[in-house]
Design a protein around this ligand. Sequence first.
Ligand SMILES: NC(=O)c1ccc[n+]([C@@H]2O[C@H](COP(=O)([O-])OP(=O)(O)OC[C@H]3O[C@@H](n4cnc5c(N)ncnc54)[C@H](O)[C@@H]3O)[C@@H](O)[C@H]2O)c1
Length: 347
Amino acid sequence: MSATVAVIGAGVIGRTHIRILRELPADEGRLAAIVDPSEAAARLAVEAGVPHFLDADTMLDAVRPDGVVIATPNALHVAGARACIGRGIAVLVEKPLADDLDDALALAGEADHAGVPLLVGHYRRHNPLVQAARTAIQQGRLGRIATISADSMVMKPDSYFNVAWRREAGGGPVLINLVHDIDALRYLCGEIDTVQAVTGHAARGFAVEDSAAVLLRFRTGALATLTLSDAVPSPWCWDQTAGENPAFVRHPGNAYRICGTEASLEMPDMALWRYAGRRGWSEPLTREVLDVRRCDPLVAQMRHFLRVIRREEAPLVSGHDGAATLAATLAVHRSAKTGEAVRPYAP
Ligand SMILES: NC(=O)c1ccc[n+]([C@@H]2O[C@H](COP(=O)([O-])OP(=O)(O)OC[C@H]3O[C@@H](n4cnc5c(N)ncnc54)[C@H](O)[C@@H]3O)[C@@H](O)[C@H]2O)c1
């Protein structure tokens, strides 16, 4: 059964969702409407042959879509999602779920209470590379995870910072980029027990951070270091090595190293390092590359959302999940400010 989906917010990511919906087979799902006050969105709706609305409530009552994608600026996520949940309409909310942890938790609770599916747009979980790594970890192929090192080092172009909010607190790479790595690591390694961090802004000199070094301790005892910067020429980040987003040039290299007592996995090249014979640092390691069929994780996310709408699957990233990832990400800022380890909310 085909499901109808409206998109609220037709900016950078909203247009990607719109394109994906338009390219899907009609018997799977189709774009029903676009809500966005901009003239560019009105033109896009004409091109797509769907009605255009200036506000969400009017669209929801007039069109009654089966599902809605909320791709507005962060501050509007909660109000948009509430309008859908109140009408019993399944919703995919872009990350971060909310600006604030209390709002995120309240929204997650409302969706549960109403029995309306809420999916958070942490699309990296839909990447087959991430899913294959999770399966390998859950099958015990890595043994007990001891350490994880994750890199997120890029150079954002100077023009990126022409927009004022990107130079101010909250507009930096912790909440915009690191949130994806934290969510992926939670998906792979489980709940985070404590977060410690230092942040710096010396590279660009803006009020917002441009770099951070983060330590995570997982409930399992696994320890992670995350290194983040948006002011350095480097291929070592997920976006530039995984090849999942055509907006980024793909370079060889890895973003994550997950090291267990039986084997260690590099991602995204999916090389598994282990001893085939005797163990010990004088012995040769073998390198086996896990065979994974790649796909566009944003398309996989939309297909999952359509199954969620039809109640065939539960959301892969629930509201409580989105809240926990937000909590751990906000904890980076709190720890950097106080110098103390922070224990974030976990479901
Ligand atoms: N999953 C990802 O990798 C990813 C990537 C980019 C952005 N995002 C998230 O998506 C959201 C949007 O980011 P963006 O980069 O597309 O921003 P953007 O500024 O390009 O687009 C936002 C759009 O929302 C519209 N809008 C503003 N107020 C509105 C309202 N009241 N009703 C309807 N539309 C309204 C704007 O006109 C604009 O077109 C953010 O929460 C961001 O964090 C996620």
